[in-house]
Design a protein around this ligand. Structure first.
Ligand SMILES: Nc1ncnc2c1ncn2[C@@H]1O[C@H](COP(=O)(O)OP(=O)(O)O)[C@@H](O)[C@H]1O
Ligand SMILES: [Mg+2]
Length: 270
């Protein structure tokens, strides 16, 4: 049905199973009964209204928080905390280290992992070229534009050989033009690297540009995974009639998910 590898033949890399999460026992769970499989090499976008629990899910996959019930496993092993197999790219720039240059920021995760100086330098250089930041390598974060800072974050996510890259609305704070450029670049990098990505957004067009599959969350509390929509379009993705059909489908799906009701036209199933 889709032009992608057969879902049945590729074993899942990440498995979220029966997950619910409450910040406090006195509060209703943010989400409930979340089941989700992401396969190796897949670009999975989690889309949902603000406040539905997207960041809360990402934090659990990252290992910053533990599910209240249910389990999350990576390659069959339960996630119990953060580990280098999952790199996290945050929305803001506050995680860039202001006293380090761009190059040193990108090398930082390798340094933490104990990688030697020569290899660190070579790997950082390669990803700096990939995100087109090589000319800025010796600048400090405060000398960069918002888009460039976000590229440093992406470079830092790519520099280790982590199996998964977790991205929480990484382009949310950028102007529309810069966002468009970085979306195209990220899609291009992903095609070359085939890293497994969990990407969070509330922007429907961003989901259609980037995703192999889009998971649509309902509104919360007790948010659930409303539907999964495969995006079967060639990359790089252009605003064709088919692209716009996916936008329409996702708009209808998101509005049904917000209202916590099934999609009436029946084109997708959860
Ligand atoms: N530390 C916290 N304590 C209590 N409630 C929280 C906390 N962080 C987030 N929430 C609540 O959990 C819900 C989901 O938040 P979040 O995962 O940040 O949503 P999203 O990323 O989809 O916008 C929201 O209602 C939010 O107010
Ligand atoms: Mg969030």
């Amino acid at each position: 049905m889709t032009g992608q590898p057969d879902v049945q033949t590729v074993p899942p890399l990440l498995e979220v199973s029966g997950v619910s999460y409450s910040y406090k026992p006195s509060l209703p769970p943010v989400m409930e009964g979340i089941d989700l499989s992401i396969r190796s090499g897949e670009f999975f976008v989690l889309l949902g209204p603000s406040g539905c629990g997207k960041t809360t899910i990402l934090n659990q996959v990252a290992g910053f928080e533990k599910p209240t019930t249910g389990t999350i496993s990576l390659k069959g092993e339960k996630i119990t905390g953060p580990a280098p197999d999952r790199a996290v790219v945050f929305q803001g720039h506050e995680s860039l280290l202001g006293w380090l240059t761009v190059r040193q920021n990108v090398e930082f995760p390798l340094k933490v992992a104990g990688v030697g100086t020569g290899e660190r330098r070579a790997r950082a250089q390669k990803v700096l070229e990939l995100v087109e930041l090589a000319p800025q390598a010796d600048k400090f974060p405060h000398e960069l534009s918002g888009g460039m800072k976000q590229r440093v974050q992406i470079a830092r996510g790519l520099v280790t050989d982590s199996r998964m890259i977790l991205m929480d609305e990484p382009f949310g704070a950028l102007d529309a033009q810069t966002r468009g450029t970085l979306q195209a670049e990220l899609s291009d990098i992903w095609e070359r690297e085939r890293r497994t990505v969990l990407f969070i957004t509330h922007d429907i067009a961003e989901a259609v540009i980037l995703a192999d599959r889009v998971g649509v969350m309902s509104s919360g509390p007790r948010a659930y995974l409303h539907s999964i929509v495969p995006i079967d379009l060639p990359r790089p993705r252009r605003r064709t009639a088919e692209f716009n059909e996916y936008i329409d489908l996702l708009e209808a799906t998101v509005s049904a998910a917000k209202a916590r009701r099934p999609l009436e036209t029946g084109t997708v199933a959860a």
